[in-house]
Ligand binder design. Structure first.
Ligand code: ATP
Length: 264
């Protein structure tokens, strides 16, 4: 049966990512091909330094592709203006929250910037969307707190609500579970899963929480030295992709439980 391509939100075609100076080009990864569909939760995993952040930065147009193409809603990313991009794609980078003096409400309201006038006045619809974002992430009671008063887990939820207020088709998060305890790692990823189902948005996140990603994601992008795999977690397990993710001297992947074990 032909797949319904209309649901594709973001697509890469023979994408090659890396860094270029006047003297040399360093290819971090190449032949990257995937199609992210509406309403899916997608986890991006791989060893330290393999290129996850480089890939995410290329997808959000912070750095150019070395070759190949990224399509956002069928349009070549190179031709998407900054304002169009802000209406279609939002980014959650908790490490870079510079405005911690703002209240939670004010920070989330900033998510409306692609739609408001230059003073940032919110109309009735904007206010409704901000309220809805607070409710979806279950942080309405935090709305008057200053961001510097929040724990890492609470701040992560606020940043997710800010991205929801931006009301884009796709939300990209770079390591949203860093600094969180086991419970809150699972909480945040489960929240992302719930949001994809309730809002129909596509959510892509990079993470070192491979076990959790296997349990919660619809699809996963697995980066290895020679290849980038894109498939459902169960298919990736069957193909043995996780077994070759790390050197096998310390940890091994258990196919039955879908998790890593330390070798004793
Ligand atoms: N600005 C840069 N210029 C040149 N090389 C870079 C730059 N930033 C990162 N790299 C290199 O690109 C490779 C991939 O780095 P990247 O940060 O994308 O990996 P990662 O998978 O996100 O790593 P981690 O899991 O440790 O965060 C590394 O070898 C890194 O040294």
């Amino acid at each position: 049966m032909l797949k319904n391509k209309r649901n594709t939100i973001l697509k890469t075609e023979n994408l090659s990512i890396g860094y270029k100076t006047k003297k040399e080009e360093t290819v971090i990864s190449k032949n990257i091909n995937f199609e992210l569909e509406k309403g899916q939760l997608i986890g991006l995993v791989g060893a330290n330094g393999i290129g996850k952040s480089t890939l995410l930065r290329t997808l959000i147009k912070v750095q150019p592709a070395l070759s190949g193409t990224v399509y956002l809603n069928q349009k070549d990313l190179r031709t998407v203006s900054a304002l169009e991009l802000a209406k279609q794609l939002s980014i959650v980078l908790t490490e870079t929250v510079t405005s911690k003096n703002l209240s939670v409400y004010e920070l989330i309201a900033l998510g409306r910037y692609p739609y408001t006038n230059w003073i940032g006045n919110l109309n009735t619809k904007d206010i409704e969307i901000v309220k809805n974002a607070l409710e979806l992430v279950n942080i309405t009671e935090l709305k008057d707190k200053k961001c510097y008063q929040l724990s890492d887990g609470q701040l992560q939820k606020v940043m997710i609500a800010r991205a929801l207020a931006q009301d884009t088709d796709i939300i990209v998060l770079d390591e949203p579970t860093t600094h969180l305890d086991m419970y809150h790692k699972a909480y945040i990823l489960k929240l992302l899963q719930k949001l994809t189902k309730e809002t129909g948005k596509t959510i892509v996140f990079s993470s070192h929480e491979i076990d959790l990603a296997i349990q919660l994601c619809d699809m996963m992008i697995v980066m290895q030295n020679q290849s980038v795999y894109y498939d459902q977690p169960c298919n990736l397990i069957t193909k043995g992709v996780f077994e070759s993710l790390f050197p096998d001297d310390l940890i091994s992947f258990d196919n039955t439980s879908g998790s890593f074990r330390v070798k004793k």
